[in-house]
Write a protein that binds this ligand. Structure first.
Ligand SMILES: CCc1ccc([C@H](C)CC(=O)N[C@@H]2O[C@H](CO)[C@@H](O)[C@H](O)[C@H]2O)cc1
Length: 818
């Protein structure tokens, strides 16, 4: 048994080879003498999976024995991307795998490309969840992630004639080696029905009689830590028809309908809502939220009761994190279980609930806050509506005692929004219940306290904190940029920075060192070549490696101002066209790269994508301009595309109207990879400036506190002539489709420039010019690039998770010793 302490499987190339060939034969069921890249990928993945399972078991066994306080991270979205490369890096067996494969005639990188992305999320919030799971595992925290196993992830973006089309992402087509179906871990989830009263040992208690029951089946995704044996679990729920058959319909021979009804159950977890803007109060969306919350809480309470029989201990053993309001039905659900099923009594139950829940909001705009129509909740979850009403009644009573009968404030703070359509304000419910309300950057938290949740901040200032977002350096440097990763380890003389990222500051002293600069530039050149090949393959456009690769990749939103970027490209093009031939050699060649998905119903965002293609069509085919300027739109932007684009970027743009980006995490990934930032002072960028200094960035635009006043100016707002000129070019059909682009132009003219593209245009062009000037001085640029990486340590999700663990969750590392 001692020999088996670190598991059965050995990680030397020969053992790996044996395991791979066995999986080819017995798992993939192909002859070990002839199998292709995809089958080799499947076999390798299963060999790595086996090693994850061992570590997962050992970790869970150890957690069970130590019974530490656990964190349960509830999120409706996890944007995991690919798992193979990240897993072998965190297991520390990448080279062994590469050796084992090369002897079998396969190349690791080629096989890694075979894997499809697990795109179970929309954007920032979803990828943040994934980065945070990697950090929780690496820091040995006893954590679990809970979410939904969508059969269809975020849609595939197909561009036809410059227009976005959505294709379903059936990602499970060829199975998924990174999950383990847990047929024995399943729970019944109830919907609809009504609530009846019963007398139980003299007590009146409520009983919910459901109208429909669906089965939730668990799929476990082992999340390996880096440099530790700890492997935590991401448990995703899939909806299955519940066991009990309604024989009734069978007897009436209405067999088909019976089966169809049963199939209906599966639709609950079938597709991810591709909209990361407003909540449309759709019933299926609400069903998804309650389905995963109910299954997760049944699982969490079962695990607690295995080791404990007194719920007063629950807050010492369980911390529940709500990733935005999407899982906040967990609050009335825990109340329902503790009151209706465990019979703890309301006050004791409420006391427990207020100790276990914490909430992070990722939205700045009040209209982005989730509201659920009362009638929808009444029909789908009648008991939960009652509980929410009771929570609100007690809260209102308490509030009246504190603030008196200030009806405006009372109605603003009420969880129930009166009006033609009564709604439940999920953010208010979350704030009333949770002990901590976190923003995702310092300025975000300031805006929450001074605007969005001002009333609540004045009542409970202690609840409002912030934990600035972070990203994992394992995926965003080591996996996606192995050249830079090796260079950093060489110059720091250790790989310890991968676990302890503050060590990156050690690069500062070498920022001007000619040797490092040389090697740094070489690594970046190789990454640029890889990106240039991808661009040519995806768009047919050949780009020059001497040009500055200027990148803006993120979801398409008006507040993220991709339109401002495109209008500045039109300006740059116009300038080149009108410039003396002789002056053209002073132009710094630029390749502008834009990528991102628009929510299917977001028309303006889709027009921005079309405009980008129309402008690219003009510029890229203008031989007169040639390599001085290129514009390419990268289709189907996702985690894997980001891993390829970010290492090859010279400049990245984060140009949201100040006060609109809660944090932003893309900027942190570019920073870690030594890409310079052209940005507004918004969200996390404000903290990046403090870390690396504004002289290592290109900043422009109105500040957060200036935006309101500028908006009030409305039509009086001054916009530079250049701005009017480029908008006029679009309006007049210079790029065609003038009718299609009219409404787009209307969003930035006629006093309705809500996102201040016009008033920020001049300083934006100045920042662009400053970037051009700096790029010519490669010594200066490379020094700024090295200092960017050196100052990026603070933006690791390791720091974020340590802050949450200490200040919000009260959990300690629990490192599996064997
Ligand atoms: C359809 C409902 C919906 C609404 C909002 C959302 C997310 C909260 C939107 C989102 O991803 N917000 C981004 O969260 C990041 C992680 O904290 C921040 O860095 C970004 O600034 C924020 O826009 C998802 C789905």
């Amino acid at each position: 048994i001692l020999g088996l302490m670190d598991g059965f499987l050995k990680n030397d190339p020969v053992s790996l080879q044996k395991d791979i060939l066995e999986h080819v034969e017995y798992t993939v069921a192909r002859s070990r003498f002839s199998f292709d890249d995809f089958e080799a990928y499947q076999a390798l993945s299963h060999s790595v999976r086996d090693r994850l399972i061992e570590r997962w078991h050992d970790t869970q066994v150890y957690f069970k024995r130590k019974d530490p306080k656990r964190l349960y991270f509830l999120s409706l979205e996890f944007l995991m991307g690919r798992s193979l490369s990240n897993s072998v890096i965190n297991l520390g067996i990448r080279d062994q795998c590469a050796d084992a494969l090369s002897q079998l005639g396969f190349e690791f990188e080629v096989l890694a490309e075979q894997e499809g992305d697990a795109a179970l999320g929309n954007g920032g919030l979803a990828r943040l969840s994934a980065c945070q799971m990697d950090s929780l595992a690496t820091l040995d925290y006893p954590a679990w992630g809970y979410g939904l196993r969508y059969q269809y992830g975020l849609f595939r973006q197909v561009i036809l004639d410059g227009f976005q089309h959505e294709q379903p992402d059936y990602w499970l087509n060829f199975g998924n080696p990174w999950e383990i179906e847990r047929v024995h871990v399943s729970y019944a989830v109830k919907f609809y029905g009504n609530v009846e009263e019963e007398i139980l040992n003299g007590e009146k208690c409520k009983v919910w009689i459901p109208g429909e029951t669906v089965e939730a089946v668990a799929y476990d995704n082992p999340i390996p830590g880096y440099g530790t044996r700890n492997t935590v679990n991401l448990r995703l729920w899939a909806a299955k028809p519940s066991g009990q058959h309604d024989m009734e319909s069978y007897n009436t021979g209405d067999y088909i309908n019976a089966v169809v009804n049963r199939q209906r159950a599966e639709t609950i977890s079938s597709v991810l809502y591709p909209d990361d803007r407003s909540h449309q109060g759709k019933e299926l969306r609400l069903k998804q939220q309650y389905f995963f919350v109910s299954a997760s809480l049944q699982d969490i309470i079962r695990r607690f009761k295995e080791a404990h029989d007194n719920f007063d201990v629950f807050p010492e053993k369980v911390a529940l994190q709500l990733n935005d309001t999407h899982p906040s039905l967990a609050i009335p659900e825990v109340m329902r279980v503790l009151v209706d099923e465990e019979h703890l009594g309301w006050n004791r139950a409420w006391d427990i609930v207020c100790k276990i829940f914490s909430f992070t909001t990722h939205t700045v705009l009040p209209e982005g806050l989730e509201k659920i129509p009362v009638d929808l909740l009444e029909s789908l979850l009648p008991r939960h509506l009652q509980i929410i009403y009771d929570i609100n009644f007690n809260f209102m009573e308490e509030l009246k005692k504190k603030i008196g009968l200030d009806y405006d404030r009372l109605s603003r703070m009420s969880i129930v929004e009166e009006g033609a359509v009564k709604n439940i304000r999920m953010a208010n419910l979350s704030i009333v219940c949770c002990h901590t309300v976190d923003g995702v950057s310092r300025v975000h938290s300031e805006l929450l306290k001074s605007r969005v949740f001002k009333d609540f901040y004045e009542l409970w200032p202690q609840k409002f904190q912030y934990k600035t977002n972070g990203v994992t350096q394992r995926r965003w440097i080591v996996v996606s940029n192995p050249g830079l990763s090796a260079l950093i380890s060489k110059w720091l003389g250790t790989e310890a920075w991968i676990r302890d990222v503050d060590l990156l500051t050690g690069l500062r002293e070498y920022a001007a060192d000619a040797d490092l600069q040389q090697e740094w530039k070489m690594v970046r050149k190789v990454n640029k070549m890889r990106l240039a090949e991808y661009i040519e393959a995806m768009s047919g456009v050949k780009v020059s490696l001497d040009a500055m690769f200027d990148v803006q990749i993120k979801r398409i939103h008006e507040y993220k101002r991709q339109l401002l970027n495109i209008l500045s490209i039109i300006h740059r093009y116009d300038c080149i066209k009108n410039m003396e031939k002789s002056d053209r050699r002073k132009v710094v060649p630029r390749v502008c790269i834009i990528g991102g998905k628009a929510a299917p119903g977001y028309e303006i965002a889709k027009k921005i994508i079309k405009l980008c293609h129309a402008v690219a069509e003009k510029i890229n085919n203008d031989t007169d301009v040639g390599d001085l300027l290129k514009l390419v739109f990268i289709p189907d932007y996702n985690v894997s595309v980001a891993e390829l684009v970010i290492p090859g970027a010279d400049l990245s743009q984060h140009i949201s109207t100040a006060g609109h980006e809660a944090s932003g995490t893309g900027s942190m990934k570019f920073l870690m990879n030594g890409c310079l930032l052209l940005a507004t002072a918004d969200g996390s960028t404000i903290e990046i400036i403090e870390e690396i200094g504004s002289d290592n960035m290109f900043l422009f635009g109105a500040k957060v506190h200036e935006v309101q006043a500028l908006r009030e100016k409305g039509p009086a707002l001054k916009t530079p002539l250049q701005f009017a000129r480029v908008v006029k070019m679009v309006r007049d059909g210079y790029f065609g489709f003038e009718d299609h682009f009219k409404s787009l132009c209307d969003t930035v003219e006629g006093g309705s420039d809500f996102y201040l593209l016009g008033s920020d245009f001049a300083s934006y062009l100045e920042a662009q010019a400053a970037a051009d000037k700096a790029f010519v001085d490669q010594e200066k640029w490379t020094r700024m690039s090295i200092l960017s990486t050196a100052g990026s340590g603070r933006f690791s999700s390791d720091r974020t998770m340590e802050e949450y663990a200490k200040k919000t969750w009260g959990i300690e590392p629990c490192k599996c010793p064997f």
